[in-house]
Structures are given as C-alpha cells and as structure tokens.
Design a protein around this ligand. Sequence first.
Ligand code: THU
Length: 160
Amino acid sequence: MRKVDLQIFVEIYSRPELSDADQTLFREAREATRTSYSPYSNFCVGAALRLEDGTIVWGSNQENAAFPSGLCAERTAVFTAAVQHPGKRIDTIAIVACPAESRQFVPISPCGGCRQVLLEYEQKQGSPMRVLMDGENDQVTVFPSAAALLPNGFSAGHLQ
Ligand code: THU
C-alpha cells in the first residue's frame, strides 16, 4: 500500500486584494440572492458567473415542495448561461449565501452535485473555470478550477 497526496491549491485573498472584475462578481452574486426562492430552507444562495466576453449571468436556489425538484444557485447559473449564451466559456463563478431574514452573508462551499456539474462544463469548454466563495474572517477562497473542487471526480472519460 502507498499513500498518494491529491494536492489541491487554493488561493486565499483579503477582499481588497481581489481584482475589480472579481469584486463586481461578488456584488452581483449578492444581488442574485434576492431572486432566491427558498421558502423551505430560508437559506438564500446566489451565484454570478462571468463569461469570456465579460457578460455576467445570475443564478439562485429555486426550491420546491417536492424537495428534490429544486435546484441550487450554481447549477441555475451554469444552465442559464448554457442556454442563453451557448458556446461562450465561463471564466469565473462566485457563490454567496445568506439567511432569508438577514443580509448577513455567510461562508458557503458548493454541494457535491454542483461540483459535478461545474466539472462537466469546465471539461466541455476546455478551459479552467475559477470558483470564488466567501471564506472566514471576510476572506475569499479562490479555487483555480472546478477540477480542484472535485479531486478524482467522475467524468466523461470514465464512460469510454
Ligand atoms: N444550495 C445551493 O443553492 N447551493 C449549494 O451549493 C448548496 C445548497 C441551496 C439548496 C437549498 O435551496 C438550500 O441551499 C439549502 O440546502
């Protein structure tokens, strides 16, 4: 037996260190939480992604009385981009969350299903999709790619 270290490098930024474009993306993601439909969890998630031409697309979680029929913010954003801007690469996606009763944003990390979907679209476009999220102490965590979020993930190659 041998152990293999699946190393992941993430970047941790203080907020002012972020580029203007990334700060804008966070602001947009926060605005996107206002479109959340989350009467069951009362937890509003917002995503904003920037396409290669600078276009910004929003997503937010959309819940349903039949719980599994709802969808997370990240997937809402990625699927909307795929439909409304086919063929354009996603450069970066920012993800934020706050309780419905306050605008106090809390750190969030994408669920496994969303990681899987981000990886699929990253592989489809053939270039890295940066993933930004709020961290502790007003810092920001930047994953350089969706693959970094899902080490050893399942993907199209396994179907060959
Ligand atoms: N949620 C997201 O939108 N993205 C995630 O990555 C994690 C969870 C949503 C789903 C549900 O509407 C609420 O947060 C509580 O799980």
